[in-house]
Design a binder for this molecule. Structure first.
Ligand SMILES: [Zn+2]
Length: 434
């Protein structure tokens, strides 16, 4: 199958820069199968024919977003237990509700998350949760790309079954969906897993050749717990247990010392910044400037829908920028081009994904979004990047493609029956209201 975008504005991250963007004001992109095969400015040559030609006048084509930290099935818990501190939110609302999640709930909750993400331009997500068989099924059916992980915690003994499940998931699904589905190992955090379990996880990751997805220094109380227990910071525990020697994705990274940041930089770890969740749970403000200056790669995540409460990366981008500016008192902090790159290109090539994404160049996967700029809030255009980061909304996304397949067309889902989906999630929601 060949698809062509013509007469469209093309935005692609500048290779070798963490904030630059290449803009082709009017050009064309050819997609062959799952990959981009040609990109150029000007008119579409007459000799190029295609099964589908998409007219891009007034529209902008850019790579899809990678949501770097999520818990997909938690969409079913959206709006439960608002305005509570983290500890009470978890123990009084979230944990009891999670105990009521059935296998089918995981599936429908994930499908709702995927629908919401696709409709707002996200083409890939990194997730850790339970019910991963059902999440995988929703990923494979919908056509989105994902890196999944079965979360586990406790000590070596109590985590045994979940670890075995994580290995079995890897064996059954890693590379499924023509390479769209991949896996990491996900110990929950340094305050919820014993050092022995973390050490074992590092060894297992080395054996399987996969990386780690973990929560890190999300709340001040987490740092205090780990410090009281071991006399070390959570990042020091990662170093001591060998986790920093594996490819590592650390979610949140709100309370990091200079030395922690140095350790993460030396290890080449990636931090998933989740501004909406950190603000809503009053966890604090991650030090993006310090991370950037130290050379730590940062991505952006929504976290679960229960603590956001949306999975819209446009919203997350804007919040990430505004939060840094107001907290540092420096409007030059995290420029728009940097933020947009973080939402699109969060991980180094080969980290957690089986094919290259995040760039509009031949050989990259055709994971793309088309934004309709024919909207009052996107006119005029002095700077495409600025309009995307500070003015665009998820609902401005008109078409989404993953691995060359159109999954959102004219703002409508092509692989998910939305009416049935909404009926299912509403039917299931009542039992969570405790
Ligand atoms: Zn999380």
């Amino acid at each position: 199958m060949r698809t062509v975008f013509r007469d469209i504005t093309i935005l692609s991250p500048e290779i070798g820069s963490d904030s630059g963007w290449q803009v082709i004001e009017r050009g064309y992109v050819v997609v062959e199968g799952s990959e981009i095969s040609a990109v150029a400015s000007g008119d579409l040559p007459a000799e190029i024919d295609a099964e589908r030609v998409i007219d891009g006048r007034g529209k902008v084509l850019l790579p899809g977003f990678v949501n770097l930290h999520s818990h997909a099935p938690m969409t079913l818990l959206r709006g439960l237990g608002e305005d509570l501190p983290l500890e009470r939110w978890l123990t009084e609302k979230i944990f009891p509700a999670e105990e009521r999640l059935s296998a089918d709930d995981y599936y429908w909750g994930s499908l709702l998350a995927i629908a919401e993400m696709l409709l707002s331009g996200t083409t890939c997500f990194f997730d850790m949760y339970m019910g991963v068989d059902q999440i995988a099924q929703a990923v494979l059916e919908s056509g989105i790309r994902a890196n999944l992980a079965r979360g586990f915690l406790g000590d070596l003994e109590s985590a045994k079954e979940r670890l075995a499940e994580a290995v079995s998931l890897y064996n059954r699904y890693h590379g499924a969906g023509e390479g769209r589905l991949s896996f990491l190992l996900a110990p929950h955090g340094t305050y919820t897993c014993t050092p022995d379990l973390l050490r074992h996880t590092a060894e297992l990751a080395g054996e399987l050749g996969v990386g780690i997805h973990i929560h890190l220094s999300e709340a001040q109380t987490e740092n205090q717990t780990v410090l009281a227990r071991y006399g070390k910071t959570p990042t020091q525990i990662l170093a001591e247990t060998g986790l920093l020697e594996q490819p590592l994705l650390a979610a949140h990274g709100v309370h990091l010392s200079d030395q922690d940041i140095e350790l993460l930089a030396e290890a080449g770890a990636v931090v998933a910044h989740c501004p909406a969740s950190n603000m809503k749970l009053a966890s604090g403000v991650a030090r993006l400037d310090a991370l950037r200056q130290a050379g730590v790669r940062v991505g952006i995540g929504t976290d679960g829908a229960a603590s956001n409460n949306k999975l819209d990366m446009y919203e997350e981008l804007r919040l990430a920028g505004y939060l840094q500016k107001v907290s540092t008192g420096n409007p030059e902090s995290v420029p728009a081009g940097y933020l947009l790159q973080r939402a699109i290109n969060p991980v180094p090539e080969g980290f957690g994904l089986l094919a290259p994404v995040g760039c509009i160049e031949p050989g990259y996967q055709a994971d793309l979004q088309v934004v309709d700029f024919g909207k009052a809030h996107l006119q005029p255009v002095h700077d495409y990047v600025s309009n995307l980061v500070y003015a665009a909304k998820g609902s401005d996304v008109e078409l989404v493609m993953v691995a060359g397949k159109v999954l959102v067309d004219g703002g409508e889902l092509t692989t998910i029956d939305q009416e049935k989906l909404f009926a299912e999630v509403n039917k299931r929601s009542a039992k969570f209201r405790v």
